[in-house]
Design a protein around this ligand. Structure first.
Ligand code: PFF
Ligand code: NA
Length: 452
């Protein structure tokens, strides 16, 4: 067995794991999801999901990586030969995400540049879909949109660079710079946002609890969905990252730190986004609920409008899009590493070759989104990945490990042998009962919504 690459320091691993977790899910998914699912009341199912599924699964993935010191497919193969495909399924999901995620990072880069003189003008929506994406005169498949190409290539160069340099000099190095910068920059934006006129109304709208929703099953499913996506669970990421941990590393503690850091960032983002939405609602004389949005619309249509209306718009535009860029890039690096590690091990090739083949393929596929139909394609793919891909991967993972391989007890012994916090029967209960039931419900609910 060759000498496996390792993280240089514990904090290096933590920053990389937090870098993966903190992404667009925190900034543009959490605030709108919380608002639509009971506002302040959402925090009850959300915390419950964090403690009964998020952190327990994170502990499980860290333990698998640490124990088997392999990529996700090989780790599963080591548990049971017939389970290798579960790892490949996760790797496949990650690969698909890594073909469209860089488009969003490229837009962020472009919009950081557009912040100079707020180039999106008075009609940011028209600018985004009309001028920038040229959707106005798109045919069914549209033609190539050259404006995305340059930033997209820049993003890929960075991804190739950091992945090519390896775990310590590439991934750890990048996150050591990106994550502290991201937290500082984002904090400045939040401070600015909460001091804008109208911010209080925005925050009231966000935190106002609608307790009538608390018994609604779909609210609970939304909470678990947010936690899974947000913690990068079932993407093969956390298994891959923890496979580079030195032998003597605490597992449970690291999982709690990652989980709470991610949720803190999410809460901070909710506060910042809703303060800004409150400001915008006040400027336009409408209620906050009328301007709430998530996803691409929030980042590239609503936020440019807010930024234009505030004093110091170029500066704050730059900070906001730099945050999206840093949060996105660190997640992108993590998700690409899963298949780099997977094929590197499977075909016994060097890291460099694996980066060129895996990354090269993802790069070529990503070009398909750089045309006028790209936004719709991106939306559709993202929808299926989020509603089925990740939930299915999570379901396969826990059922296989808890029920088929009956491996939880062994994993618990392994985790306990290196960790300060010892796992109890609650941990096995969460993973063998609660998580599979919730993931099953999630699949059924999403299917039902699809069909109705
Ligand atoms: N945990 C990420 C987030 O909350 O945004 C989810 C993610 C998406 C991770 C895409 C990695 C990735 F490439
Ligand atoms: Na996240």
């Amino acid at each position: 067995m060759e000498n496996r690459s390792q993280w240089g320091t514990r904090i290096g691993f933590l920053l990389a794991a937090i870098g993966s977790a903190v992404g667009l899910g925190n900034i543009w998914r959490f605030p709108a999801t919380a608002f639509e699912n009971g506002g302040g009341a959402f925090f009850v199912p959300y915390l419950f999901a964090l403690l009964t599924a998020g952190i327990p699964l994170l502990i499980m993935e860290y333990t698998i990586g640490h124990k088997f010191r392999s990529s996700s497919p090989r780790s599963f193969a080591k548990i049971s030969k017939g389970m290798e495909w579960i790892g490949w399924w996760q790797v496949f999901i990650s690969f698909v995400i890594s073909t469209y995620y860089p488009i969003i990072i490229a837009w962020s880069l472009m919009y950081a540049y557009f912040s100079f003189g707020t180039k999106w003008g008075n009609d940011p929506t028209g600018f985004f879909v009309g001028d920038y994406l040229n959707l106005a005169d798109a045919g069914t498949f549209g033609s190539f949109v050259p404006s995305v190409l340059l930033p997209l290539i820049l993003v890929w160069i960075l991804v190739f660079f950091f992945l090519g340099r390896g775990v310590k000099k590439g991934i750890e190095f990048a996150n050591r710079i990106f994550i502290p910068t991201l937290f500082i920059v984002f904090f400045i934006i939040v401070i600015r946002a909460v001091t804008l006129p109208g911010a209080v109304e925005g925050l009231n709208a966000f935190f106002e609890p609608d307790w009538s929703r608390i018994l609604d099953g779909s609210v609970w499913v939304a909470a678990y969905g947010q936690i899974f996506f947000s913690l990068s669970i079932a993407f093969a990421i956390m298994i891959t990252y923890s496979s580079y941990l030195p032998r003597k590393s605490d597992i449970t503690n690291n999982a709690f730190i990652t989980g709470f850091a991610n949720s803190s960032f999410e809460l901070l983002a909710g506060i910042g986004v809703f303060a800004a939405l409150g400001f915008m609602a006040q400027q336009s004389g409408v209620s906050v609920s009328e301007v709430v949005q998530g996803g691409v619309g929030l980042a590239f249509m609503v936020f440019p409008e807010i930024i234009s209306q505030m004093p110091g718009s170029t500066f704050f535009g730059l900070l906001f899009f730099a945050s999206l860029f840093l949060a996105g890039l660190s997640s992108m690096i993590s998700i690409s590493e899963t298949y780099i590690a997977g094929i590197q091990e499977k075909f016994s090739i060097s890291r460099g070759t694996a980066v060129l083949i895996g990354g090269g393929l993802a790069f070529v596929v990503s070009l398909f989104y750089a045309n006028q139909g790209g936004l719709n394609l991106l939306d559709t793919v993202d929808h299926f990945i989020n509603n089925y891909g990740v939930a299915l991967a999570g379901l396969f993972e826990v059922v296989a490990i808890a029920w088929f391989a009956r491996e939880l007890k062994n994993l618990q012994i392994h985790a306990d042998s290196v960790s300060d916090i010892k796992l109890g029967v609650w941990w096995r209960f969460c993973l063998s009962i609660i998580t599979p039931v919730i993931l099953g419900c999630m699949m059924l609910l999403n299917l039902k919504n699809e069909l109705s």
